[in-house]
Design a protein around this ligand. Structure first.
Ligand code: SAM
Length: 333
């Protein structure tokens, strides 16, 4: 850097020498509070030495491996910009598959619960798309629930919150969604990359292939679902068969697995049909074919850079009718 007051160009050069271009530009524009397009359009602009030092500090944190989302304090998910802190898992693009799989199952007035909500990503995305549904977000960690509440208030979305261990809060629901911890406790990836910085409780699913909490949710869900209600669980791409077996063993029918934007098995859904003779009041069965609607992908300012390309390959998710799910999901026999 030349002697004297640094310029915007010098800030970008400084960051790009140390980080990949996307991250460098994002951290410079955010830490200096400058629109991204100004980085090159007004690159001669002077930057106060204190602001330069602040920018250099964020670059150093990233060089040390800290996730960009924790440094910036935000992450885009679905169509929302969410506050994130090191208390919560950073929402992933994969988890948008869970939202897309659940939305067609949520009829007007449905009661929905998101178990293990973290910063509230899934619950808030559902609340934004289904304002007439009654959405509850739960987590065993009070810090997650506090952050979920903050996000809900800032975004003006209505979500009830509970601190609870799995279904410890009781209640009866039409749709249960969850992205539970599902990484095996001994998985070496827990000590690599961004995962090193994320809460263990959000990631570790137990020593049995990471399936302990998933198994518990599948076992306990029927007591909290209305007949005809749905359980929707995110899981590891290599856990698809285990999930299908568990769902069927606990009385779920119409079990299907949805694939994520990388085309990997990611979300299993199943219908709790134990009391077949009782008419279903609130399920989607009442929807007619002409209620099939299209759900456009809405890009988010602070989204994963790879996501728009991936979703452009198939960004239209059809909602409103069970047949729509069959378009994108594999059905287990
Ligand atoms: C993989 S994170 C998912 C966070 C968020 N739903 C998302 O998709 O970004 C799992 C979450 O489950 C919570 N959790 C872990 N064990 C739990 C339990 N026994 N009962 C309720 N929540 C639990 C963790 O605190 C964490 O917030």
């Amino acid at each position: 850097m030349a002697e004297g007051t640094p310029t915007l160009r010098e800030c970008v050069v400084y960051a790009r020498r140390r980080l990949p271009r996307y991250e460098a530009e994002l951290l410079v524009s955010t830490s200096l509070d400058v629109p991204h397009n100004h980085l090159y359009a007004f690159d001669e602009r002077a930057v106060a030495p204190a602001a330069f030092a602040r920018m250099a500090q964020t670059v150093a944190r990233r060089q040390d491996g800290e996730p960009v989302a924790y440094i910036l304090g935000t992450r885009g998910f679905w169509n929302l910009d969410l506050e994130v802190t090191p208390d919560v898992l950073i929402p992933r693009p994969d988890t948008e598959t869970l939202v897309a799989a659940a939305l067609p199952l949520i009829a007007p007035g449905a009661r929905v619960v998101d178990v293990g909500t973290g910063c509230g990503a899934v619950a808030l995305a559902i609340a934004s798309e289904r304002p007439e549904a009654s959405v509850t977000a739960t987590d065993v960690d009070p810090a997650c629930i506090a952050l979920c509440r903050r996000n809900a208030e800032r975004l003006g979305l209505s979500v009830a919150t509970r601190v609870a261990d799995c279904f410890g809060f009781g209640g009866l629901f039409d749709v249960i969604v969850s992205n539970p911890p599902y990484v095996d406790d001994d998985d070496p990836r827990l000590d690599e990359g961004d995962l090193r910085f994320e809460p263990r409780r959000a990631l570790r699913g137990g020593p049995n292939g990471g399936l302990d909490i998933i198994a518990r949710l599948v076992r306990e869900a029927p007591a909290h679902l209305v007949p005809g209600g749905w359980l929707c669980l995110e899981h590891g791409f290599d856990q698809e068969r285990a999930l299908a077996r568990a769902f069927r063993a606990h009385g779920f029918r119409r079990v299907r697995c949805h694939r994520d934007i990388e085309n990997r098995p990611r979300v299993t859904v199943g219908c709790w049909e134990r009391l077949k003779s009782r008419p279903i009041q609130r399920g989607f069965e009442g929807l007619a074919d002409n209620q099939l609607t299209h759900f456009p992908y809405k890009p988010c300012a602070n989204a994963c850079p790879t996501r728009p390309q991936a979703l452009n390959r198939g960004s239209m998710v059809q909602v409103g009718h069970p047949r729509a799910i069959r378009l994108s999901a594999r059905q287990h026999p």
